[in-house]
Design a protein around this ligand. Structure first.
Ligand SMILES: *Cc1c(COP(=O)(O)O)cnc(C)c1O
Length: 248
């Protein structure tokens, strides 16, 4: 039997991938006159086994993102022997999964409705936890995407009531915004979406100055360099570091 990829080979591939991603982040920062220290790298582990996450941890990575509350929670438990891991929930959270999101995760990137905000507040209060959140915005108007619908700039005012209400929840702490661009072969095409999130951030800073809007979670394997050039502070990268996902 021919063993296609030994553990050593997989580890080497991950190390190379990680180094290459770091170089690309540094180059995108250089083009934009930014410092790589401004960028938080979240490694998206959805669909990957715990074993592979351990290889990533051996490389020094500590911040991971998961899409499905329960799948991620299992990994949080399986890796609880390692201190200092940070877990980010980046996928849609159904209201009935809000408790899991609060219990297992350090930050939620995908707060996409006032209703979910209310549920999170309730569970965070029960656990006396203050949960950092990002408000996910749908800027492309794609119906398959979650997020507060913000594709039409002329209607941004309609978001303010919900955003202020979320800001009033004592156990949630708004840190900024998150978006997902549609998938394009050519990452340049995603640029207007990222630019729009920056414009929305400026609008919100003016309208709701009491809230902190500093974080912008945008950019994934296919488009993170463009996102960084446009102002991303957090990039969510899966495949470019961990390789193709074995299962979803
Ligand atoms: C899967 C996913 C990512 C990472 O995608 P890659 O193509 O593997 O980099 C980032 N953000 C969200 C919301 C995702 O669902």
């Amino acid at each position: 039997m021919i063993v296609m990829s030994s553990t050593e080979e997989i580890k080497q591939t991950l190390a190379r991938n990680y180094q290459f991603v770091q170089e690309r982040i540094a180059q995108a920062c250089a083009r934009a006159g930014r410092s790589p220290e401004e960028i938080t790298l979240i490694v998206v582990t959805k669909g990957h086994l715990v074993e592979r996450i351990r290889y990533a941890i051996e490389l020094g990575l500590r911040k991971f993102g998961e899409n499905y509350p329960e799948e991620g929670a299992e990994k949080v438990e399986a890796l609880s022997d390692i201190a200092e891991l940070e877990w980010h929930m980046i996928g849609h959270v159904q209201s009935r999964k809000a408790e899991i999101a609060v219990r297992y995760y350090d930050m939620l990137h995908s707060l996409d409705s006032l209703k979910l905000g209310r549920r999170l507040e309730r569970f965070a209060a029960e656990k006396s936890k203050r949960m950092p959140v990002l408000l996910e915005c749908n800027l492309s108007g794609e119906e398959t995407k979650f997020g507060f619908l913000a594709s039409e700039q002329s209607r941004w005012g309609e978001l303010l009531a919900d955003f202020s209400a979320i800001a009033q929840f004592p156990h949630l702490e708004i840190r900024g915004l998150m978006t997902m661009a549609p998938f394009y072969e050519d990452a340049e095409k995603a640029r207007p979406v990222f630019r729009k999130l920056v414009e929305l951030q400026a609008y919100l800073r003016a309208q709701l100055p009491e809230i902190k809007w500093d974080e912008l979670s945008m950019g994934m394997s296919s488009d993170f360099e463009v996102a960084i050039e446009e102002g991303a502070t957090m990039v969510r990268i899966g495949q470019a570091i961990l390789g193709a996902r074995p299962r979803l």
